[in-house]
Design a protein around this ligand. Sequence first.
Ligand code: GLN
Length: 247
Amino acid sequence: MKKTRILATIALMLVLAVAFAAAGCAGSKDVVMGTSSGFEPFEFVDADQKVIGIDVDIANLIAKEAGKDLKVEDMNFDSLIAAVQSGKIDFVAAGMTANDERRQNVDFSDTYFDASQVIIVKEGSAIKTAADLVGKKIAVQQGTTGADLAGEIEGATLDNLTKVADCVTELLQDKVDAVVIDSYPAQKSVEKNAGLVILSEPLSVEQYAIAVKKGNTDLLAKINKVIAAIKADGTLDAIIAKYSSES
Ligand code: GLN
């Protein structure tokens, strides 16, 4: 009898231990957003070195929907997919273009922003259209769709850099002839630096979405619910407008 009770106690303790361990994984207090700051207005650091921006505001609403606190992990753009695959982060909100190549490694939410890849040159540059980029030196952000597109330009030499600001600095210093990056960060860069222009003809049209680990249907459903709601009630437009007027 006594032995049975001891065994029953041990069994109960084991069940509780497994239950707690499971809660520790699935029921963590935080939901972790992976992003790459320096991509204004989607993610950039404020005076207190805090990452803010359109993606952070959307991510906060996702955390609320999931009943968790938002934690932000800031890293290089080209590390984000591996980080979500390994579980270091729960989702990527980084102005990430949804495309089929990335779909092999992650699942994407519904899209939330229409973007394009544009060409920035110095005022008065001989480069007037995409065709003029043949054989030129181009600064791009490593691991981005802009880098892929620029890589297809005949004879072009690429300077693969980590941040948008590094690309713009290279252009200002005449180390490259052009920069290929996303339209909105390009606009912010041109506003901040005199003597730069964005060519009117974009290189591509793309759409941003949030990425989760393949098969994380639970989180993806919550993200899509938030995206649908903020598109429908005007919150998304308000968030975008908020960062359009700030600089
Ligand atoms: N939209 C581009 C991409 O997905 C660049 C994103 C970024 O640099 N944050 O590759």
